[in-house]
Design a protein around this ligand. Structure first.
Ligand code: NAD
Length: 350
């Protein structure tokens, strides 16, 4: 059996589908297995264009089910693992933290145990690459940046569960010598993002002329990265990253929410041929999210200096491409915003 098998977990999601596509296109001598349980956030429509490629296979499985995972590991003998499967939405973690503990912590430990089980003691050609978030570092004041040595101080159940999973990956490296890389990335945006997250939610609401719910005073600051640039960073780290290392990935691109929303409104007014200011008139300030981190900012100089990675598109270019994608893929939005989404939306924003 070929050992040139890469497992990508969560490959039907927003970032995972970009990583799967990039790997299927770029790694022709590898077979890419996409393991996903298809929660509300997983959508195989995201991968329609590559589903019949010979080096691609979809595996419907749940990382919370160890016996199912173990069987798949034994059958396919994955040499490298890129782990993205997770519960990923902060607001959902506030209403249902348990699901985040299960999938993000216990699910990750299941994968680590399964990898250790098949890799044995000779792991020189193996890698467990864990995808994480800058939210594990907590919040910043008005100045400074998160670096790879910033102490963890997660404030939401989501970030606490991601922090827990990062610690387990590192601990398996120290305790069992499991080869690993962890990357902590800032907010991603781009095509195929589920419209519970800020940018697609607002694009969708502007199209439908619905209110644009802005938390608190709108002064929360985030760094934004185009999802395709995140996928390129992941490919680079898989190929050239140092074993047992952490890398921060970010867009060198900080925005206060309210300024980003104003920019998006301007782009949308132009695209939809609406009077300037009509989208901005939909902005509605709502009660703040508990435990809301004021500012995240990433220092991505390590991956930049060591491996030469930097974003390939500016924020304006990425946002333009994103808006274009949502406007041309209204059927995708209609599909994912039907059914359960409506209940979620009504509970969250009414
Ligand atoms: P997403 O919610 O769009 O996708 C998550 C995917 O995981 C979905 O396809 C879902 O079906 C799958 N999944 C969930 N639970 C599963 C389970 N138990 N078993 C198997 N599959 C399961 O998330 P995303 O935004 O693409 O994020 C992917 C990863 O990147 C996550 O680990 C997230 O923490 C991390 N991350 C995201 C961002 C961001 O801005 N979106 C930034 C930094 C890091």
């Amino acid at each position: 059996m070929s050992t040139k098998n890469i497992l990508i977990t969560g490959g039907a999601g927003f970032i995972g589908s970009q990583v799967v596509r990039l790997f299927v296109e770029e790694f022709k001598d590898w077979h890419i297995y996409n393991l996903d349980s298809l929660t509300y956030a997983g959508n195989l429509e995201n991968l329609k264009d590559i589903e019949s490629e010979v080096n691609y296979t979809f595996l419907k499985a749940d990382i919370n089910d160890f016996s199912q995972i173990e069987k798949l590991f034994k059958k396919y003998n994955f040499q490298k693992i890129i782990h993205l499967a997770a519960e990923s939405h902060v607001d959902r973690s506030i209403t249902n933290p348990d699901a985040f503990v299960r999938t993000n912590i216990l699910g990750t430990v299941n994968l680590l145990n399964a990898a250790r089980g098949i890799w044995g003691s000779n792991m020189e050609n193996n890698l467990f690459y864990h995808i994480s978030t800058d939210e594990v570092y907590g919040t910043l004041g008005e100045t400074g940046f998160f670096t790879e040595t910033t102490p963890y101080a997660p404030n939401s159940p989501y970030s606490a569960s991601k922090a827990g999973s990062d610690h387990f990956v590192r601990a398996f490296g120290e305790t069992y010598n499991l080869p690993y890389i962890i990357s902590n990335c800032s907010n991603n945006y781009g095509p195929n993002q589920f419209p519970e997250k800020l940018i697609p939610l607002f694009i969708n609401n502007i199209i439908e002329k619905k209110p644009l719910p802005v938390y608190g005073d709108g002064k929360y600051t985030r760094d934004w990265l185009f999802v395709k640039d995140h996928a390129l960073a992941i490919k680079l780290l898989l190929e050239k990253g140092q074993n047992k290392s952490t890398y921060n990935i970010g867009g060198f691109n900080e925005w206060q929410n309210i300024d980003l929303i104003q920019l998006l409104c301007k782009i949308m007014d132009a695209k939809l041929n609406r009077e300037e200011g009509s989208s901005a008139s939909l902005i509605t300030f709502i009660k703040d999210r508990p435990g809301h981190d004021k500012r995240y900012a990433i220092d991505a100089s390590k991956i930049n200096k060591e491996l030469g990675w930097s974003p390939t598109v500016t924020f304006e270019e990425g946002l333009e491409q994103t808006v274009e994608w949502y406007l041309s893929n209204q059927a995708w939005i209609k599909n994912v915003t039907s059914g359960e989404y409506q209940n979620y939306y009504n509970k969250q924003y009414s």
